[in-house]
Write a protein that binds this ligand. Structure first.
Ligand SMILES: NC(=O)c1ccc[n+]([C@@H]2O[C@H](COP(=O)([O-])OP(=O)(O)OC[C@H]3O[C@@H](n4cnc5c(N)ncnc54)[C@H](OP(=O)(O)O)[C@@H]3O)[C@@H](O)[C@H]2O)c1
Length: 290
């Protein structure tokens, strides 16, 4: 299998590199500044200069949710035009595209987990740019898997790391408690992406670790597992917004159900607390990947 990983130095890109190293695959990896996926010319040149790929995993994205509000042009270029450019190049060369998307394509205004066929209605610039990317990629290449995940942590900047570094400096941290979702370990997602890539069930998938919690619950569990004494002070989204007016709105009920996995190849995602424990115990410096 010849594979390309774009955004290869991000959390998911690094996790995929670890996972694919255990497979019989020839792996090309690339990230900014070597390849900017928002440039049609650069993507075309990259594919022209390399032997055809069987699978392209797109882990590249503008993931700063608050930053997307003030720089929508850059967000749209990376999150919408980028996957479209990759999908076109894949279609021209017969490659499968595995493109990663987000729970933030949903409004999150009703309790219960969203399944793949539920109607998206993003409330943030990030969510709008990612939803556009899903549609453009699916339209450009019939061999496209769009895999929505959520609350990702691995090797790099993420919520869990931020909470642990705040605990070095503060006895108490304030964390939003009225937004719930599915914390997901990048290593687990990477393993599932490889399984999905081997199927011909093209279209949209949900893939998160099992179970739902709030950001405050996640912070508290991370502190418990890491043996940190720092306390979590729970606040509402409204209180957070008052303290950080520049922050993007985020869905209140952001939980996804891995319905398509359950109905096809089986849901290989474990409970989020188990995954978090491994991440923190095994090798946090390497994103929890042994
Ligand atoms: N993080 C989450 O909580 C979360 C939740 C749901 C879904 N997702 C999705 O999961 C995927 C992986 O996220 P992640 O957390 O691994 O992201 P990440 O750690 O931010 O990595 C993204 C990588 O893409 C690169 N990149 C940004 N713009 C690019 C462009 N125009 N061309 C090429 N590369 C570009 C980044 O480079 P720079 O660092 O130099 O910008 C970075 O190396 C993304 O599709 C994201 O939308 C993430």
């Amino acid at each position: 299998m010849r594979v390309l990983i774009t955004g290869a130095n991000g959390q998911l890109g690094l996790a995929l590199q670890h996972v694919l190293a255990q497979h019989d695959a020839i792996i090309d990896t690339v990230d900014l500044p070597e390849l900017d996926i928002s440039s049609h010319e650069s993507v075309t040149a990259w594919f022209g200069a390399h032997d055809a790929y069987d699978v392209v995993f797109n882990c590249a994205a503008f993931t700063n949710v608050d930053g997307c509000e003030t720089n929508f042009a850059a967000a749209f270029a990376a999150n919408a035009l980028g996957p479209m450019n990759l999908a076109r190049a894949c279609a021209a060369t017969g490659a499968t595209l595995v493109h990663v998307s987000t729970d933030y394509v949903f409004a999150g205004n009703e309790p219960g987990a969203r399944v793949e066929d539920d109607v998206p209605a993003p409330i943030s610039a990030y969510g709008r740019s990612k939803l556009a990317g899903e549609g453009l990629a699916l339209a450009a290449n019939p061999r496209t898997h769009v895999v929505r995940t959520a609350w990702l942590y691995g090797e790099g900047r993420n919520f869990v790391r931020t909470m642990l570094s705040l605990a070095d400096r503060f006895d108490e941290v304030t964390v939003v408690d009225d937004q719930v979702g599915n914390p997901t370990f990048a290593g687990d997602l990477a393993r599932e992406l490889v399984r999905i890539a081997h199927t011909e069930h093209f279209g949209v998938w949900h893939c998160t670790n099992e179970g739902t919690c709030s950001w405050a619950d996640l912070a508290e569990e991370a502190y418990r597992l890491a043996g940190v004494a720092t306390k979590v002070r729970r606040c509402t989204s409204a209180e957070w917004k008052a303290m950080h007016p520049e922050s993007a709105d985020r869905p209140a009920f952001s939980s996804l159900q891995n319905a398509r996995l359950e109905a096809t190849i089986g849901n290989g995602m474990r409970p989020w607390k188990e995954a978090l424990a491994e991440y923190l115990a095994v090798a946090p410096a390497r994103g929890g990947v042994a």
